[in-house]
Design a protein. Structure first.
Length: 329
């Protein structure tokens, strides 16, 4: 028995706000994840909504359950050639695309936009293609440590074999897992987020960009990019590079408000409350009175798009890669 209600155990989004704000250094989020681990591994007790995601990761190496043979489907009918590691075995950049950008219809637009940016900048890169598997973030946050170990060990073996000089991810959850959790499995890599790489390419003059025409934007800091990894400036610098008028939300930077999808919440319905986390966050963005809400995470993108539908808003929701790609000369 736990003093913490079971409902609360599974409601945590692992956003890290509790760890950030606690004045005496307590880390409730990590305690909750430990409790989840015990429930799943010892009692086989977890929300049944997780079953499809677990099954997808076990059988098809992604929580959407999309077959590996369709991992590169987002490149079909696309006017840019996206090279696999077999086609380009010595890339300067290994692009770890991630499950959502590879398989989710909305997030695939982020992948296509980033591919356009890499192509425009003449980057020597490659992707893992059908051999890419889920990083395991959702499995670990949902308490399925056994499944996480399986995915992590397989990925580390592949990444070590490839010997990538540098890895770029299009998902903060992939960034966090590869950068901070894979070293325990023998995987030590130079890993950066796609907004960091975009910032680099712009600073090096490798992208010719058109300036925005009196457009305004607010940026939502993903928890696993901001609080968990301290990356706040790169996304904003990329947006400012095309002269967008930046307006900050009430909660931003280290005090940003979660989208509601972290901690494996992406795969289940929220517990009942006064308001959905995503809708609360979207309302903050709308209150800024801007043209566009910029994000840097495929989970955040999904949650903000869903909240937009509920609200009936006309606010644009775009990944930073999409915003920059639209302004390529």
């Amino acid at each position: 028995d736990f003093l913490l209600p079971t409902e609360a155990v599974w409601a945590c989004t692992s956003c890290g706000a509790c760890v950030d704000i606690c004045p005496v250094g307590n880390e409730p989020m990590r305690d909750i994840l430990d409790i989840r681990r015990g429930l799943v591994l010892m009692d086989n007790a977890f929300p049944k909504e997780f079953e499809p995601a677990f099954r997808g990761m076990e059988r098809n190496m992604n929580p959407w359950g999309v077959p590996p043979t369709e991992r590169m489907k987002w490149t079909e009918d696309f006017d840019i050639k996206v090279p696999t590691i077999e086609e380009n075995p010595e890339p300067d950049i290994l692009w770890y695309v991630g499950c959502a950008p590879s398989t989710d219809a909305r997030a695939q637009k982020t992948a296509q936009a980033f591919a356009k940016i890499l192509d425009a900048a003449g980057v020597n890169y490659a992707v893992l293609g059908q051999n890419e598997s889920c990083c395991g973030d959702s499995a670990r946050r949902a308490g399925n440590e056994y499944l996480f170990f399986e995915l992590a060990l397989g990925n580390v073996e592949l990444l070590n074999e490839v010997g990538a000089k540098r890895i770029v991810t299009t998902c903060p959850h992939g960034l966090h897992t590869l950068k901070n959790e894979y070293p325990a499995f023998g995987g030590n890599y130079d890993v950066i987020h796609h907004t960091q790489f975009i910032e680099e390419l712009i600073a090096e003059g490798k992208l010719k960009l058109k300036e925005a025409e009196a457009e305004s934007v607010t940026y939502h800091d993903p928890c696993y990019l901001g609080r968990h990894n301290g990356i706040y400036d790169a996304p904003r610098n990329a947006l400012k590079s095309v002269s967008l008028n930046m307006v900050e939300m009430e909660h931003h930077g280290a005090k940003s408000f979660c989208c509601g999808a972290g901690g494996a919440q992406m795969w289940k319905e929220e517990e009942h409350g006064d308001a959905a986390v995503s809708e609360t966050r979207f309302a903050e963005a709308e209150a800024c009175g801007v043209d566009t809400l910029a994000v840097g995470c495929p989970f955040c993108l999904t949650m903000m798009e869903d909240a937009k539908k509920v609200d009936g808003s006309e606010l644009n929701v775009l990944d930073i890669a999409e915003i920059i790609a639209l302004r390529l000369e």
